[in-house]
Design a protein around this ligand. Structure first.
Ligand code: ADP
Ligand code: MG
Length: 227
């Protein structure tokens, strides 16, 4: 589903990604750990298309997105990759349901269809009762649930999560992780999860470690496969 080969990127001659290669299969959940500044967000941003690598390839369902024109890249990304972040990145001027509708407004659905899909996603993440609330009226846990709904409403094959529980208390973080595991199973969405918290890897099949832009399998034993 995802095949990354020999990806490199430098900022002002300093290598931030150094010959990174790995693959992910359909529905697989992979944790990505490593110190601050080691290149984790840069890697995710290259996959989501927010950033461009200097060298290497990123194949999503056999298509190299590095080589695509920026129009095609945007289109492919919009359909196959969803992202969530530590600080949620919801648009403050839109309600929860409007935020969730946003990614499918450009996909040619009727307004009715958009609303029905957004409603269904908000139900699935457990915040349907907050549909008309603005981000400033919601708790962190609620905002992250809305962000998850927005990421999954396009039915992506890959969800990129950059420290999604980093700004939540332990209990809400735990609930968001359970939700990510459940939705990944249910929709067969692969999850690439950047985290600082070792306990967060419990929902992952496999752990990777990043240091100074280089990737290695994590030495600590991975947890048993989630049941
Ligand atoms: P992580 O997510 O692991 O904390 P990042 O991928 O954010 O690390 O950053 C890796 C390195 O690249 C850091 O040293 C950071 O300062 C640098 N970096 C990230 N983005 C930029 C940018 N736009 N311009 C210059 N340097 C950057
Ligand atoms: Mg980061």
């Amino acid at each position: 589903m995802l095949k990354i080969s020999q990806l490199s990127k430098a900022y002002r001659k300093r290598k931030v990604l150094d010959n990174v290669s790995f693959t992910m299969s359909v529905g697989e959940r992979v944790a990505l750990m490593g110190p601050s500044g080691s290149g984790k967000s840069t890697l995710l941003n290259c996959i989501s298309g927010l950033d461009t690598p200097d060298e290497g390839s990123i194949k999503l369902n056999d298509q190299d997105i590095v080589q695509l024109s920026s129009d095609k890249k945007t289109l492919l990304r919009r359909k196959t990759v969803g992202s969530i972040f530590q600080f949620f990145h919801l648009l403050p001027s839109l309600t929860a349901i409007e935020n969730v509708c946003l990614p499918i407004q450009l996909n040619g659905f009727s307004q009715e269809d958009q609303l029905a899909r957004a409603q269904s996603m908000l139900e699935q993440v457990g915040v349907y009762n907050r549909a008309q609330a603005f981000p400033r009226e919601m708790s962190g846990g609620e905002m992250q649930r809305v962000a998850i709904a927005r990421a999954l409403v396009v039915e992506p094959t890959l969800l990129l999560a950059d420290e999604p529980t980093g700004n939540l208390d332990a209990e809400n973080g735990d609930r968001v992780l359970d939700l990510l595991e459940q939705l990944s199973e249910q929709h067969q969405v692969a999850l690439l999860l950047v985290t600082h918290q070792p306990e967060t890897t419990r929902i992952c099949h496999r752990n990777l470690q990043m240091s100074d832009g280089q990737l290695s399998p994590r030495m600590a034993p991975a947890q048993d496969l989630p049941t």
